[in-house]
Write a protein that binds this ligand. Structure first.
Ligand SMILES: [Fe+2]
Length: 255
């Protein structure tokens, strides 16, 4: 008789937009205060995660001090925090500063029957994202190396239009290529992203697709142009099951 393994729990924190100045705001919201509240709420949530994914736009001012503040603020989560860059990040600075600690730049993570592949879609100086050929090749190499593992892909930019024209103008320009590649490999079960500052969920050719609200400012779904949404900040929880299923939801944290 086989005993079912408990699911692998991951959390996703995204678009924290910290700055060196702890008083810095983004569209009227103090991003550090907001992140601290989300972290404090998450710290008493259960079940606890094996790892946290931080999907970019982690800082907003290109400063080393902001990355140090990020690492200190996320440390209470008491789990590895796997970071990938967004359009507001400095990927080289991230790699240098988030090198070896619990909060670290990461490209790959393996646990149980799953692999998590973190992709860099940031293009210097541009809001829109693109996965370079080398990143797509690395993705395929990870999938080939662990053919029996289910895969969750993580990237900053959304790989498809979410129905908000101003946001869709700065998505992942080769998102269709990523979706085709992923959907053609049955072991790839889902893609999670940040960037859109709103909740999004869809299924495409068997792939689960998840966009996640920011830990600070939210944008209104379906809006023609940038419109603030008063909904509170959030993080996403994911349960990765041993049979390849994914359960997920968003936990809002009232400020
Ligand atoms: Fe972004």
């Amino acid at each position: 008789m086989s005993i079912a393994q408990p699911p692998l729990i991951l959390w996703q924190f995204t678009d924290t937009h910290l700055a060196a100045d702890p008083a810095a705001t983004l569209m009227g919201v103090n991003t550090l205060d907001s992140l601290r509240r989300v972290v404090a709420a998450a710290c008493v949530d259960a079940p606890r995660p094996r790892a946290v994914i931080a999907t970019g736009d982690l800082i907003h001012d290109d400063s080393a001090a902001a990355y140090r503040l990020l690492a200190a603020t996320l440390a209470p989560l008491a789990a590895p925090v796997l970071c990938l860059p967004g359009n507001h990040d400095d990927a080289a600075l991230m790699r240098e500063l988030l090198g070896a600690g619990a909060v670290r730049y990461a490209e790959h993570w393996l646990a149980g029957r799953w692999q998590v592949i973190l992709l860099n879609s940031a293009q210097p100086g541009q809001a829109a994202g693109r996965l370079p050929a080398a990143e797509l090749a690395r993705l395929q190499a990870c999938l080939a190396r662990y053919p029996e593992h289910f895969a969750l892909l993580c990237v900053h930019h959304p790989p498809l239009a979410i129905g908000s024209p101003w946001m869709d103008a700065m998505g992942l320009v080769n998102g269709a290529e990523l979706l085709e590649l992923a959907a053609a490999r049955p072991r790839v079960r889902g893609i999670v992203w940040g960037h859109i500052h709103q909740e999004y969920e869809a299924e495409w050719r068997g792939l689960r697709l998840f966009g996640t609200p920011s830990t600070c400012v939210q944008f209104t779904p379906g809006a023609e142009r940038c419109t603030l949404d008063p909904r509170p900040p959030a993080y996403r929880w994911l349960q990765l099951h041993g049979d390849g299923r994914i359960d997920s939801g968003v936990r809002r944290v009232a400020l």
